[in-house]
Design a protein around this ligand. Sequence first.
Ligand code: ARG
Length: 463
Amino acid sequence: MDNSKKESREQRLSGERDEMLVDFVESLSTDQRLYKYDIVGSIAHAQMLSEQKVITKDEFKQIKEGLLEIEEEIKEGRFKFDKRDEDIHMAIESALVSKIGEAGKKLHTGRSRNDQVATDIRLWMRDEIEILQAKTTLLQKALAKLAGRYAETVMPGYTHLQRAQPIVIASYLLTFVEQFERDFIRLANCRKLLNISPLGSGALAGSTLPLGRKSTANQLGFSDISYNSIDAVSDRDFCAEFIFDCCLIATHLSRLAEDWIIYSSSEFGFVRIDDSFCTSSSMMPQKRNPDVLELVRAKTGAVYGSLVGMLTILKGQPSGYNRDLQEDKIHIFAAGDTVSQSLDMARAVVSHTKFDSTKISAGLEEGYLDATSLAEYLVGRGTAFRDAHGIVGSLVAQCEKENRKLAELSLDELKKHSAVIESDVYDHLGAANVVSKYATEGAPGPKQAKEQVEYWEKQLAKR
Ligand code: ARG
């Protein structure tokens, strides 16, 4: 142990630290990835101290150069981490003191690890949000591109996983672009709310020294400072919010995965995921398994776990900083890492997947996808919807008995159920006719899908 560490401990606590305690209280193994943020935060703090004449310009210069050297050492793997330092903040500070001596001892003036760590996490999260947003955009682009190939290809749309009404494949794919767009916006909102500087809040009560809080905030690109030092060191709302945003991304990824696991089964045969993104079985030689998607689906559970973990850390704490907060990083890092990896994999899978339009269209006339369209045809000819619903219901019952499709019924047979039916009824039957008749904005018809694909391609190209 180097002397400064030993000295400060020996002044208050007696004896050597218990080995088990060292392992239990350290967060260095988790928080060393914050080193870059800790160093820029410390440089900003030291510059502010020199602006305020709490330290000299020369001391600031020494501190800055020392910190930049330490950053290089960590980056290149030359830095010796010692878990007796507890965390990245102490590790860097004690290395600085060893490196530059007296000036190094002044860095922590008017600062506590409590406001330091709150600052570091916010800086990390700003970057992490940008990374996740970029990955979300790439996935959206891949989905929009795939959608562009299938703006006219019809597939069954489902409710309750039962065939419901026909849709074009593009509209199905764009549902995910919409979901990830909301995720993108949620992340932007999260970033906006977290982008304030807690630096200068000290342990909880700020400082009696004339700290320039706006200077550090400006240097670090924060949009404002926090205005309650006790709250600033203990606020981790943004961590819970960030993890929640990750949870919803994971949810959307999981639903996409679930669809495609079902769609790639031989029972469905709707999609074919490229071999390079499938795995095989150790025993059954014929297998092509969608393991990647299954893992994307499964990893969602761990992300939800992080949210519960984070919220539970927060709920029972008395006001002010408590060491409980150290565990926040486990959850924010895990959630960010998992979602980041899953977004990458999902994009790769989406870019290597084809829809089997032959297989899809072969079964398209099963399941009376055109029944609602027929009811609406009757409405167009003056029938009340509730009556139309009943008429079509009995037509479907008849067809089911005779194993026929609605479009196979003759005009006479149709007229027996409703006198208003004319020969133009056949334009309203059959999946392809139905999608071309969708009139509402946002409906899954080819016209709307083309517009939407174009909209998204333009929109996403701006990012
Ligand atoms: N490693 C701690 C954390 O992550 C830093 C703050 C510790 N502060 C303290 N007074 N023990 O939260």
